[in-house]
Design a protein around this ligand. Structure first.
Ligand code: CP
Ligand code: NVA
Length: 300
């Protein structure tokens, strides 16, 4: 049984093949080709946190593949009323073909996967957001070719997205600079177990030098809303501006998983500049996750 709880669940060659497949599925979709390898199959989508891109991309992807998706929120399932994860996993997986989960505690998706009879996909936890990395890596490859040997700079919070960038650096062989305020570094154990060259900075200007891709994310993630004000102070010098982008390589791209807070982690101009690929990145959630669904369907 193959699950996708972190990027490490795929080998380097599987990840590269998946990116190529996502590009091909995108081409097929844009050409209007009907391709329905998951006819009559059902994806259960458990959302304990809000979502626009993740829900729309998974649900559309399943319909395009000839199947369907069920949206499950804690407000109206027994999971939200305390039914054990292990029991829910056995029951839900007995009725569907794949399960996608967005939740707080990463341990919840691991426990669910342990008791699931079908593949489980992590659609964001407090610790990781691997589906976003599939889309980001597809976008880089489409725009610039292989990311191997390139330098990526993460600016801002050492959060779930940052942790998944560390995993991606490991799998795809790029160097990763991470600039965070003191106290907001990525988890030390995740940095320590990476084979990739990871360099931590407390100064964004130093971090972006010689970079091919600049990436940021919100300062307060879902579940950290009460820290917003404190974080606005701590992260004040970590906005991605035109001046910061100008210190990176001339052909450096800008990415953001969205939703973005213009005027906080990124200036409004940078979002709309020609080196910003945020809209392609968002659209690629659809194509990359279709490649993932197809992979898990074929390999489980
Ligand atoms: N980037 C991302 O996962 O967006 P949503 O929260 O809208 O799903
Ligand atoms: N780090 C953000 C990503 C949102 C897609 C969060 O967890 O809220």
């Amino acid at each position: 049984m193959r699950h996708f709880l972190t990027l490490k669940d795929l080998s380097t060659s599987e990840l590269n093949q998946l990116i190529d497949r996502a590009i091909e599925l995108k081409r097929m979709h844009k050409a209007g080709e009907v391709y329905e390898p998951l006819k009559n199959q059902v994806l259960a989508m458990i959302f304990d946190k809000s979502s626009t891109r993740t829900r729309v991309s998974f649900e559309s992807g399943m319909v395009q593949f000839g199947g369907g998706a069920i949206f499950l929120s804690p407000n109206d399932t027994q999971l939200g009323r305390g039914e054990p994860v292990e029991d829910s996993a056995r029951v839900i997986s007995s009725m569907v073909d794949m399960v996608m989960i967005r939740t707080f505690d990463h341990n919840m998706v691991e426990r669910f996967a342990d008791y699931s009879s079908v593949p489980v996909i992590n659609a964001l936890t407090d610790d990781y957001h691997p589906c976003q990395l599939l889309a980001d890596m597809q976008t880089y490859v489409e725009q610039r070719g292989s990311i191997e040997g390139k330098t990526v700079t993460w600016i801002g919070d050492g959060n779930n997205m940052c942790h998944s960038y560390i995993n991606a650096a490991d799998r795809l062989g790029f160097n990763l600079n991470i600039a965070t305020p003191e106290g907001y570094e990525p988890r030390a154990d995740i940095v320590a177990e990476a084979d990739a060259q990871i360099t931590l900075f407390n100064n964004p200007e130093d971090a972006v030098k010689n970079s091919d891709l600049i990436v940021t994310d919100v300062w307060a993630s879902m579940g950290q809303e009460e820290e917003q004000k404190k974080r606005e102070v701590a992260f004040a010098d970590f906005q991605v501006t035109r001046a910061l982008m100008a210190k990176a390589n001339d052909d450096a791209l800008f990415m953001h998983c969205l939703p973005a807070h213009r005027g906080e982690e990124v200036s409004a101009e940078v979002m709309d500049d020609s080196d910003s690929v945020v809209w392609q990145e968002a659209e690629n959630r659809l194509h990359a996750q279709k490649a993932l669904i197809e992979f898990l369907h074929t390999n489980s």
